[in-house]
Design a protein around this ligand. Structure first.
Ligand SMILES: [Ca+2]
Length: 310
């Protein structure tokens, strides 16, 4: 399995990269970075640090968008720390980003191996929207696309209705959801039920090695923020769950094929993801459907996540 990752590390992005890097049958062919949890300069440096930590320094990293298509950017320092990785100090990166942008790298890789490269998108969808502008055939040039984003039958997280990756660039998300990708949406509906809990975190703390130890420190910070949300020592594994579903689709135990749209104009609902869940959806809707994951095997995924860090 050849995978292009688009991300904004970000503590859970770091966990997603760790998960993929540990899979023997996955080759990460490139990583694009985007603003989101921090500025694109910070998320790019973090990505370079992470590929060193995970022993995949030869993977090309391309810096992507510095801001959303339309609105001004907003960052998530309270959730991910000032440095985007829980304020854990890490060595300077061994490499630099490639000269291409994230969108250019994705388009070039997709053209070079039509249908063979899957995409994991776990940040704002700005780079994918830009890539579609460069190559309108992109949905037919890539394989599967798994997106962490949205909140369909669950509350939002940055607003009552909107999830962060979609809210950070609603216009880009709307472009991507309309484009006709073979797209699986891993939304807060399932990621808020896939938790690193106290038992799991205690087991992580027993693991040896830089990968596990650094991850434990990232998650300490993340749990500090999430404990207020869950009322216990736990955090949600948003981005790594999307990586898990990409590598092993059977982890998504239930899903539905539905058109999903992004609210762009609502006074209170901008960034809301709307699926047509009616028993009899509109018959004349020409919008491409996406696969919305509605149930996951969280226990099995968290076991695999721990194995990846082992
Ligand atoms: Ca992310």
């Amino acid at each position: 399995m050849r995978v292009f990752v688009d991300c904004d590390p970000g503590i859970d992005d770091a966990m997603a990269l760790a998960y993929l890097a540990a899979q023997p049958d996955v080759e990460i062919v490139g990583v694009g970075t985007v603003y989101g949890n921090n500025s694109v300069d910070v998320t790019t440096t973090n990505t370079l640090r992470l590929i060193d930590l995970y022993g995949i320094t030869d993977v090309p990293v391309a810096a992507g968008a510095a801001r959303p298509l339309v609105q001004p950017p907003s960052l998530a320092e309270s959730v991910h720390g000032r440095n985007g990785l829980g304020d854990v100090e890490m060595p300077d990166p061994k490499t630099e980003p490639v000269a291409e942008s994230a969108a250019e790298l994705l388009v070039r890789l997709a053209r070079s191996a039509p249908g063979e490269i899957d995409v994991l998108a776990v940040g704002p969808l700005t780079n994918l929207a830009i890539a579609l502008g460069l190559e309108p055939e992109l949905p037919r040039l890539v394989g599967r696309v798994v997106v962490m984003g949205g909140a369909v039958r669950a509350p939002g997280n940055v607003t009552p209705w909107a999830e962060a990756n979609i809210a950070n660039d609603p216009e880009a998300a709307e472009v991507v959801l309309a484009a006709g990708f073979d797209l699986t949406l891993v939304a807060l509906d399932v990621t808020m039920r896939t938790l690193a809990d106290a038992v799991w975190l205690d087991e992580l703390a027993t693991l040896e090695g830089d990968r596990a130890r650094t991850s434990a420190r990232f998650l300490d910070f993340y749990v500090g923020w999430y404990s207020d949300v869950f009322g216990e020592r736990a955090c949600a594994m948003h981005d790594p769950l999307a990586a898990g579903v990409l590598v092993n689709p059977a982890l998504a135990t239930e899903s539905i094929e539905v058109p999903v749209r992004v609210e762009l104009r609502g006074e209170y609902t901008r960034g809301l993801t709307i699926a047509d869940l009616r028993p009899r959806p509109a018959q004349d809707d020409t919008r491409p459907t996406v696969r919305l994951v509605t149930e996951v095997d969280s226990v099995e995924f968290m076991k695999r996540m721990l194995d990846a860090l082992r």
